[in-house]
Design a protein around this ligand. Structure first.
Ligand SMILES: NC(=O)c1ccc[n+]([C@@H]2O[C@H](COP(=O)([O-])OP(=O)(O)OC[C@H]3O[C@@H](n4cnc5c(N)ncnc54)[C@H](O)[C@@H]3O)[C@@H](O)[C@H]2O)c1
Length: 336
């Protein structure tokens, strides 16, 4: 039996474990949370948690069999407990101050929820502090561990779909909160990109974090369209890849995909069109499982973390550029 890694979970809400608590046993095959993925993996020991809400803390400790509970991080620092992994799942607004205390605990890896902090400047401070302390930072841009996307990247590089002509990403609920997932995904396909134009900000999340439509371009001239939906209507996170030989769409945040191939039109002689295509399951279902496996191997076998603080910082800087430009354009607010 391999040595179990000791874990501290900070913040015991939805992404810490809540999303998996009403799913019966299905979290053990497809976990969507930190506690769910680590429990399903079996090589982690949920040693302690921090949660200011006493009822929530008790429920979390009981559900996930967590040995020790604390109402704040200072108490953990004074407890003398040591951790291999700290999962940071508190609200984003408290990440910056929480991270200072977590760094003092000197875990091997911090598995930090996105965004790392509210500003790129604070994130940069944290990334540098982790580096100086010899602590690795893994950031939960979950699709970094989605095998469908890494396989697609290989297929694109091998030219299996012909030329990549354009990418269209549709999202809502904040350029930093959710747009960061999209920018992170785009960086997996284009190493660098710049802003051609931004549209009016849509205020469908917090006042500080509007959803922003934009036209981007990669250095190689690829057009990338960011389409803003409105979070009041429904949650949406979709990415359409338009190739010379067909179209692939990641739907439902990556839970499913649709592929259509270019074929000769049976009706219009000499024309090419897209076939009926097919839907298939995506790799998002397994992403959290793969994330904690990556963390385990990063600690025990020195493997690379697939989503580092540096990548997250690059993503956050781009989100801030989009926001600055959208607000400079004198965006009219479109609440509700
Ligand atoms: N990667 C993803 O796809 C994804 C999905 C959801 C949320 N998130 C991120 O996870 C974080 C938490 O989101 P959530 O939806 O789970 O929130 P939540 O409100 O469900 O849970 C947050 C919990 O933290 C507790 N808390 C508040 N202040 C705290 C502190 N200083 N220390 C410890 N606990 C504290 C709250 O009482 C609450 O129980 C946010 O940063 C969010 O952006 C990421």
């Amino acid at each position: 039996m391999p040595h179990k890694l000791n874990v501290l979970i900070v913040g015991c809400g939805n992404i810490a474990g809540g999303f998996d608590e009403n799913r019966g046993n299905s979290y053990s095959t497809h976990p969507y949370t930190h506690a769910g993925a680590m429990t399903a993996d079996g090589r982690f020991n949920l040693l302690a948690c921090v949660e200011p809400d006493a009822a929530r803390r008790k429920a979390f400790m009981e559900f996930w069999s967590v040995a020790r509970g604390f109402d704040d991080l200072d108490a953990v620092v004074h407890s003398g407990l040591a951790f291999d992994v700290v999962s940071l799942c508190s609200p984003t607004a408290s990440h910056y101050s929480d991270l200072q205390k977590i760094i003092a605990l000197k875990p091997k890896i911090i598995f930090c929820e996105k965004p790392v902090t509210l500003t790129a400047q604070e994130t940069e401070t944290v990334v540098n502090a982790c580096q100086q302390a010899g602590i690795r930072l893994a950031v939960n841009h979950t699709r970094a561990w989605d095998a469908s996307l890494s396989q697609l990247k290989q297929a694109v590089d091998a030219g299996e779909w012909g030329e990549l002509r354009s990418i269209i990403g549709t999202y809502n609920k904040g350029v930093l909160n959710n747009g960061s997932h999209l920018i992170d995904l785009l960086y997996r396909f284009v190493p660098s990109m710049h802003i051609i134009a931004v549209g009016l900000p849509v205020f469908d999340y917090t006042d500080d974090d509007p959803t922003i439509p934009a036209l981007l371009q990669s250095d190689a001239g690829l057009s990338i369209h960011l389409v803003a939906a409105h979070a009041v209507d429904y949650a949406i996170f979709e990415v359409q890849f338009i190739f010379s030989q067909g179209v692939l769409v990641m739907e439902k945040g990556g839970f499913s995909w649709r592929q259509r191939r270019a074929v000769d039109s049976p009706v219009f002689k000499g024309y090419r069109m897209l076939d009926e295509g097919r839907f298939y399951s995506g790799g998002y279902d397994n992403a959290m499982k793969r994330a904690v496996d990556n963390i385990y191997r990063a600690i025990t076998r020195q493997e690379d973390v697939l989503e580092t603080g540096y990548t997250a910082l690059k993503v956050q800087k781009f989100c801030e550029l989009l926001k600055r430009q959208a607000l400079c354009n004198g965006g009219v607010e479109s609440h509700g």
